[in-house]
Design a protein around this ligand. Sequence first.
Ligand code: SF4
Ligand code: SF4
Length: 112
Amino acid sequence: MSAVRKPITPKPARKREKVLVILQEQCKQCGLCIEFCPKNVLCLTDIYNRKGYHPVTACDIDACVNCEFCERICPDMAIFLADREEAKEAYEKGALQEGTVIPEFEAEKEEK
Ligand code: SF4
Ligand code: SF4
């Protein structure tokens, strides 16, 4: 072991490259993404979509590590990761299809 002590400096907050996008009208409440998310980011809402299901949302979006497991496991392509800048532009223009939720941007809006 080295006798030289290294300074302990905190790592900068990890900026996620992508944002989580949920198409709540496409969700069929199968729960697979919730079960397979390694960080317990996802949960069900208590609202109903047009199909009569409770769609998924993010209950702890800060914990998301962009692993894409949810995207890979969803049989309905209702959840995926998108390029941050492109998603931001569409979100700010209101150019998202109905039922689209981007939890990270929603959280930022609530903080303002
Ligand atoms: S990308 Fe990974 S950590 Fe983020 S919500 Fe999906 S499964 Fe969970
Ligand atoms: S895997 Fe897809 S369809 Fe199933 S609960 Fe998650 S988002 Fe909804």
